[in-house]
Design a protein around this ligand. Structure first.
Ligand code: HEC
Ligand code: HEC
Ligand code: HEC
Ligand code: HEC
Length: 161
């Protein structure tokens, strides 16, 4: 007797936002002020150096201070805390980081992993495609190749004819 198979129903998550371009301002001026800038790179938001950075023992600096200008508790925009964040602001000691991902002074910054520009279509503005987050390990592998099971992200075998 043939058994009826119940088709599994894929759970489709509702899209969180209507914007096709993601939540960083496509018109640039939330981050850059053409005539009334408050920081370098004509940033519209003043750098936020309030938080201590455990990786450097100093307060937030460089690109981290720029991102934390918005990503803090007062603004309430996905607050990021350096004490709870992947190390940033220091020169890598053990991990081999591709040179083009490091800041000019050789340190690892927020922008080593993220390109915040609206033109970046990747999940969470990462500098690598990670299939909407389901292949994040692939991204870690850019620097932590020794920890990642690359086979886990191998392409599905080609269909038979
Ligand atoms: C979410 C904030 C954000 C938005 C939105 C944004 N930028 Fe930027 N931009 C930055 C930051 C932060 C830097 C400094 C990066 C660094 O220090 O590496 C920067 C740097 C730049 C630079 C100089 C350095 C470089 O990377 O070439 C240019 C040019 C620039 N942005 C243009 C734009 C334009 C044009 C837009 C709109 C399409 C835009 N930005 C939108 C945050 C933003
Ligand atoms: C002018 C304010 C502003 C600055 C500066 C800013 N962001 Fe954002 N960021 C936002 C806003 C607004 C959102 C959307 C928040 C939400 O969806 O609730 C966001 C969201 C994000 C997200 C999540 C995107 C997603 O798809 O879920 C990432 C990642 C991010 N920002 C990284 C950065 C990094 C890295 C920097 C510094 C290079 C930065 N941001 C600087 C305002 C800013
Ligand atoms: C070593 C790489 C790396 C560095 C450095 C890094 N990030 Fe991220 N960030 C990620 C990854 C990976 C995710 C996505 C995590 C996930 O989806 O679970 C992320 C997610 C985010 C988000 C979205 C969080 C959310 O809940 O949606 C924001 C905002 C963000 N990062 C900002 C920053 C800021 C600001 C800095 C610098 C202080 C920074 N990142 C440094 C890798 C990095
Ligand atoms: C652009 C390079 C880069 C990427 C991508 C990256 N890391 Fe790192 N990671 C580093 C560096 C640099 C260090 C500091 C070690 C050193 O000084 O050599 C580090 C340190 C760490 C540490 C040790 C933290 C501690 O406090 O001891 C962990 C855990 C870690 N990374 C996890 C991850 C994970 C998980 C991902 C992917 C979501 C990731 N990293 C992506 C460069 C990177």
């Amino acid at each position: 007797m043939r058994k009826l198979l119940v088709a599994a129903v894929a759970v489709v998550l509702a899209a969180p936002a209507a914007w096709a371009y993601g939540p960083h301002d496509p018109n640039c001026v939330e981050c850059h002020s053409i005539h009334y800038a408050k920081g370098r790179a004509i940033l519209a938001v003043a750098p936020n150096t309030a938080e201590k950075n455990p990786a450097t023992g100093k307060n937030a600096a460089d690109d981290a201070a720029l991102c934390l200008g918005c990503h803090n508790e007062d603004e309430g925009i996905i607050p990021i805390h350096l004490a709870q964040t992947h190390p940033v602001g220091m020169k890598p000691k053990k991990v081999k980081v591709p040179a083009d991902l490091l800041r000019k002074d050789g340190t690892l910054g927020c922008t080593s992993c993220h390109n915040p520009h609206p033109s970046n279509p990747n999940y969470k503005y990462l500098r690598g495609t990670v299939a909407k987050g389901s292949e994040l390990g692939k991204f870690c592998a850019i620097c932590h190749g020794d920890k990642v099971d690359k086979g886990a992200f191998a392409k599905a075998p080609a269909k038979k004819k």
